[in-house]
Design a binder for this molecule. Structure first.
Ligand SMILES: CC(C)(COP(=O)(O)OP(=O)(O)OC[C@H]1O[C@@H](n2cnc3c(N)ncnc32)[C@H](O)[C@@H]1OP(=O)(O)O)[C@@H](O)C(=O)NCCC(=O)NCCS
Length: 197
């Protein structure tokens, strides 16, 4: 479907985002690891409550809702899949970042979830975690590593991914029910995207 040029109305109760897909087709050289006391913990067969809590503490401000609105069975089918790897970035014994790599499509890896909690944004933790993501992804025989991000995400995300070696190749519009109106996220989340109802 082709969207018309110009402004398009979004119904009240919905949110809209511009989605950018980015990819790399060869292993890039890593940017310098910032100093920090970060460690990476692989979480095998993640507990669903633990996973939702971390997904929420990293993503609530950016209206990540996709993993919060699906059933236990649907979530387990993804994050317990043998070709999906879930990691936590740990600082001071606390899980402060989420990395999820999805190798289910042969020869590829999707950076399915990536981010750190608010207190670690701008601290070097994101770069450190991206370096670990690149090492893990390219340790398998893939020829493509890709990610999509949207305008609800942190405003630095696109440039951060470009500096990491990803190249933008596709743009989409995503429209969804506002997750703050059905209790998925608190009404106080993401004040940069006011609720319209
Ligand atoms: C998107 C996101 C990962 C970007 O990370 P960030 O916090 O801006 O990144 P960092 O502070 O780790 O790194 C940014 C740069 O500052 C540098 N830096 C930051 N603190 C540093 C320090 N103490 N010492 C040295 N360098 C430092 C990093 O090395 C990096 O440099 P580079 O990009 O030129 O290599 C982060 O904002 C985030 O997790 N946001 C919330 C979730 C989100 O929106 N995720 C993306 C959705 S797909």
């Amino acid at each position: 479907m082709t969207l018309p040029d110009g402004y398009s109305d979004i119904p009240a109760g919905k949110i809209a985002a511009v989605v950018t897909h980015l990819e790399m087709t060869a292993r890039p050289s890593l940017r310098p690891d910032p100093a920090g006391t970060f460690t990476l913990r692989r979480v095998d067969s993640p507990d669903l409550t633990w996973y939702r809590d971390l997904n929420r503490s990293v993503g609530e401000e950016w209206l990540w809702f996709s993993r919060l609105q699906i059933s236990d069975a649907e979530l387990a089918a993804i994050i317990h899949a043998p070709l999906v790897e879930v990691y936590a970035l740990v600082q001071d014994g606390r899980d402060e970042g989420l990395l999820e790599l999805d190798f289910r499509e042969a020869g590829q890896c999707e950076l399915a979830f990536f981010g750190v909690t608010a207190k670690l944004i701008g601290s070097g933790a994101g770069r450190w975690l991206m370096n670990r993501a690149l090492e893990r992804a390219w340790s398998r025989p893939i020829s493509r590593f890709w990610v999509h991000t949207c305008t609800l995400d942190h405003p630095s995300a696109v440039a951060f991914y470009q500096r990491s070696g990803f190249r933008a190749f596709r743009r989409q519009i995503e429209i969804a029910d506002d997750p703050r109106l059905d209790g998925t996220a608190p009404r106080s989340a993401a004040r940069h995207v006011p609720i319209i109802e």
